[in-house]
Design a binder for this molecule. Structure first.
Ligand code: DHB
Length: 286
């Protein structure tokens, strides 16, 4: 069963297919972004999370994956906002952004994305690999203040822009309720993506060393093992968020049955991470 030719609406964007790449997977360079645009099974082009200035990221090896799981501490390696804001594609084009400095950086990034060639903005409030910085998605007061400020930007007021949040995984019922209450206050939020990788995980090789180098060997876990958690997040947010907010499922999706399950729980579309990294042709979806 393929998911081809199935139009879905997210905010103001129409995707001709309900699956696309998760940010971080094959989406940093122009060639990679063009590959996403040319892959007929994908409905949108989403960039690597970018920052104001280009970044080389962490030392290698910083990414590990096998057929079931992935671990990464890439360190926001990206070509900088001025590169991503200039590109345009045939499919809806979504730029993922994150601050590496203060919350003002989010505002500057949004200002640069108020251009016609960018259809969507995924605000990443859940990068687990920035040393010394609490994830915004886990800092409810700062999260609320930032959304308030973002709401004042021209990008948030632009009726042609689709804006969403990449959230971290939550596990405590009270945290879901707190974060949903904040998100529901802001009309400019069109979608949430549930969820980013689980931070601060470690996988050891046969020698007892981490499979990745940076961050003391700790990184964000993705793949098969996080699917039950991500699906739970989708279900709970579907119940708590206003119906105008679309939910994009992300976590451990490797075949159409998984897509069906995410949709049953309330997702409008899904992003493929670890599986796409290992199977660029999306063999399991044909
Ligand atoms: C990185 C990892 C993430 O999970 C994310 O959301 C953004 C960036 C990284 O390490 O590059």
């Amino acid at each position: 069963m393929s998911n081809k030719n199935e139009n879905v609406k997210i905010g103001k964007m129409i995707l001709s297919n309900s699956i696309f790449n998760a940010s971080g997977v094959h989406c940093t360079t122009l060639n990679e972004l063009q590959d996403l645009d040319n892959n007929p099974l994908l409905g949108a082009v989403l960039t690597k999370t970018c920052t104001l200035n280009p970044r080389k990221g962490n030392e290698f090896p910083r990414y590990y994956s096998n057929e079931k799981i992935s671990l990464n501490s890439t360190g926001l390696a990206n070509l900088g906002i001025d590169f991503y804001s200039r590109q345009s594609f045939t499919k809806p084009y979504i730029v993922s952004i994150s601050s590496i400095s203060d919350d003002e950086e989010y505002i500057k990034l949004l200002q640069k994305l108020n251009v016609d060639n960018v259809n969507g903005i995924e605000i990443n409030v859940s990068c687990p690999n920035i040393a010394g910085k609490p994830q915004l998605g886990y800092d409810f007061e700062r999260f609320d203040l930032l959304l308030n400020r973002i709401g004042e930007t021209d990008a948030a007021k632009n009726e042609n822009k689709t804006i969403g949040l990449k959230l971290p995984p939550y596990m405590d019922k009270s945290h879901f309720e707190s974060i949903a209450k904040i998100i529901n206050k802001y009309n400019f939020i069109d979608f949430i993506t549930c969820c980013n990788s689980i931070g601060n995980c470690i996988i050891l090789n046969d020698d007892g060393d981490s499979v990745i180098s940076p961050n003391n060997g700790l990184g964000g876990l993705g793949g098969e093992y996080i699917r039950p958690l991500s699906m739970g997040n989708v279900k709970i947010f579907k119940e708590l968020l206003d119906s105008r907010i679309s939910i994009i499922g992300c976590g451990g999706i490797s075949n159409p049955e998984h897509v069906k399950q995410y949709k049953k729980l309330g997702a409008t579309a899904v992003q493929i991470g670890t599986y796409l990294q290992e199977n660029w042709d999306l063999i399991g979806f044909l």
